[in-house]
Ligand binder design. Sequence first.
Ligand SMILES: [Zn+2]
Length: 92
Amino acid sequence: MSADLPGYAKAQREWEAMEPPDGGVRECSACNGRGDLPDPTDEDADHVQCEACEGFGLLSPDGEPFDPGQAEREAEEYADFKRNQRETEEKP
Ligand SMILES: [Zn+2]
C-alpha cells in the first residue's frame, strides 16, 4: 500500500505543474483589457468594441471572451443547484 504512495505523489506534482499559475483568465492583449479599440476608419478616434474579447477586456484560458458577469451568474446557478441537491437529499 505505502509503496504506491511515491508514484502517486509524483503524478500529483506533475499534474499540478500543468495548471496555469494564475487560473487562466487574462487581460485581452488586443485592447489591453479595455474592451474597445480606436476605430481605424474614424478620424475622430471613436472607439469600437474589441472583437477578440467582445468588449469584456478579458479572455478565458481557451482564448474565448470572458464575461465576469457570466461567471457570477454561473456561480449563483451552481449554488442554487447545490441547495436544491441538499434539499432533495434531506427528503426521506
Ligand atoms: Zn479585447
